[in-house]
Design a binder for this molecule. Structure first.
Ligand SMILES: CC(C)(COP(=O)(O)OP(=O)(O)OC[C@H]1O[C@@H](n2cnc3c(N)ncnc32)[C@H](O)[C@@H]1OP(=O)(O)O)[C@@H](O)C(=O)NCCC(=O)NCCS
Length: 193
């Protein structure tokens, strides 16, 4: 049982969806060439709001620092997404900034294998994660921030019952463009399982 420390997530944790399963992210996932290739692919990172990843490819050390920080964080759960049909590692999902007192967290997802976009895998993965956060971690509320140039991500959250709660106008920058940042939230009773 996890009470107030995300780092205490048991390594055998499995969050199973219909299409994919989330497992705790490990060094083994972090060392996979596929993982680095996703983080260096402009098509993937341009909606992640990480301008430095677009300026120059992130180094091996930068990748390691990121996932080690996530794995050891007491307020984040970081998962690898594996396809159910063949266990292929195809992306990551996280629940971040977990507040165990007010009982809320942010959630997010990256499907690194672009050929798999549009098949419902992000929705399926986040549904499994939201189920876990509401039912096992006993949160009341989940939230997310999405760049407005990412309508498919907004659609995924709306399919799960999230509502748009606000728009920070021109908050994000992509090259010479300033892009709105959309905030979404979902209370436990609104979640569409
Ligand atoms: C955004 C992302 C997670 C979506 O993953 P996915 O597996 O393709 O998502 P799903 O297939 O579950 O759902 C996508 C939905 O968006 C819809 N969609 C696709 N393009 C769209 C567009 N231009 N406008 C509106 N909806 C769109 C799809 O039709 C689908 O909805 P439907 O089931 O009602 O048809 C994936 O593209 C990704 O990982 N991108 C890079 C990383 C990223 O941006 N992460 C999110 C950071 S906040």
């Amino acid at each position: 049982m996890i009470s107030n420390n995300a780092h205490a997530m048991p390594e055998e944790t499995r969050l199973a969806g219909k299409l994919a399963t989330l497992v705790p992210f490990t060094e083994t996932h972090g060392r996979r060439a596929a993982y680095a290739s996703w983080l260096r692919n402009p098509d993937i990172v341009k909606t992640l709001n990480l301008p430095s990843y677009l300026e120059s490819p992130i180094s091996e050390g930068g990748i390691r620092d990121y996932y080690q920080t996530m794995i050891s964080s007491p307020t984040d759960f970081f998962f690898a997404i594996l396809l159910n049909k063949d266990n292929q590692f195809i992306g990551t999902a996280k629940a971040g900034h977990i507040d165990f007192f007010a009982r809320h967290a942010d959630i997010g997802v990256m499907i690194g294998e672009k050929s798999l976009w549009g098949m419902g895998i992000a929705t399926d993965s986040l549904r499994a994660l939201a189920n876990f956060m509401f039912d096992e971690i006993d949160l009341r509320r989940l939230s997310a921030g999405v760049m407005a140039n990412n309508p498919s991500m907004v659609r995924v959250f709306e399919k799960l019952g999230f509502q748009k709660e606000g728009c920070f106008r021109e908050q994000d920058r992509l090259g010479d463009l300033y892009i709105d940042h959309i905030h979404l939230g979902c209370l436990k009773a609104e979640f569409i399982k």
